[in-house]
Design a protein around this ligand. Sequence first.
Ligand SMILES: C[C@](O)(CO)[C@H](O)COP(=O)(O)OP(=O)(O)OC[C@H]1O[C@@H](n2ccc(N)nc2=O)[C@H](O)[C@@H]1O
Ligand SMILES: Nc1ncnc2c1ncn2[C@@H]1O[C@H](COP(=O)(O)OP(=O)(O)OP(=O)(O)O)[C@@H](O)[C@H]1O
Length: 309
Amino acid sequence: MSVTVRVPAKVNVQLAVGAARPDGFHDLANVFLAVGLYDEVTVTPADELRVTCTGPDAAQVPLDGTNLAARAAVALAARYGRDPAVHIHIAKDIPVAGGMAGGSADGAGALVACDALWGTGASRAELLDICAELGSDVPFSLVGGAALGIGRGEKLTVLETGGTFSWVFAMAERGLSTPAVFREFDRLGEGTDIPEPVASQPLLDALAKGDPDALAAAVSNDLEPAALSLFPELADTLAAGRTAGALAALVSGSGPTTAFLVRDPGSAAKVAAALTASGTCRTVRTAAGPAAGATVIDRPSHEVHGTPA
Ligand SMILES: C[C@](O)(CO)[C@H](O)COP(=O)(O)OP(=O)(O)OC[C@H]1O[C@@H](n2ccc(N)nc2=O)[C@H](O)[C@@H]1O
Ligand SMILES: Nc1ncnc2c1ncn2[C@@H]1O[C@H](COP(=O)(O)OP(=O)(O)OP(=O)(O)O)[C@@H](O)[C@H]1O
């Protein structure tokens, strides 16, 4: 008896970052787009809480209680007075420490999977509350699609999109730590006046219209200078994608994955081939967004039909 949940990666089409708050976090205007690169999280009743992981980056994923999927199971179990004894298996396809919210995806996936397995009956609002406790990106991993996140990025407003956007993602040779990138943002901004983060209206309009050229003209990431400062070689990857014809090239979130918006899947294949040939990155993937948020894709048949086990 297992439940499997599929959860998407994200790219930030706008990431406006304010000054550091007293609690160390930064207020954001964070426009998320979920894209079709997925982790699958399967939970199965077990004698004790245990995490396993497979996939190209599996060796970099912690399997102890710090794994966001394990933390999600513990948080849900605590709220409903249950024993969090489950085996969580993560089939990982989202790059680790890439700025694509892979860990957050697993947190949201485990939460939705455990909720279905245990039949807690938690409301969407309760699940989103737990997500926000787990991390700033976790609520969006649950919701998917496109959304504006304010506060730490956890207070979401769903955005309508008028079409599908094609992307190419270039994975870097090493990861970048999200807190380190925010610290570098603070260092680079020392002594300057950092404006309040505000969502860009032209960007929201471009998403609503499904217009890739307008979106390309409006994308921005305030963390990009900090990511480039810590990882200068990313400039070569961005340049290679632009030369290959990408409409826009930007660092994804805190990086170091770089994201290239292209006109259609045919252009995606062309830009992906050029990036691979450039030798400026580890691997290249194509994906489209918006993609659905955390979705149960497999569960025991008695639950599908709604009859008792
Ligand atoms: C860069 C983004 O991925 C963009 O979506 C997110 O802002 C980061 O989200 P996340 O990885 O879920 O981040 P969290 O686990 O909440 O926080 C990790 C660390 O990132 C920094 N952090 C994160 C979010 C935020 N609004 N301000 C911050 O300064 C803090 O140093 C924090 O300790
Ligand atoms: N389930 C998980 N999968 C991957 N990393 C995890 C997981 N749980 C905890 N971590 C830890 O989180 C760190 C960041 O991993 P993650 O893949 O979430 O980064 P990210 O994609 O850059 O995140 P974000 O875009 O949300 O800032 C990893 O180095 C790892 O130590």
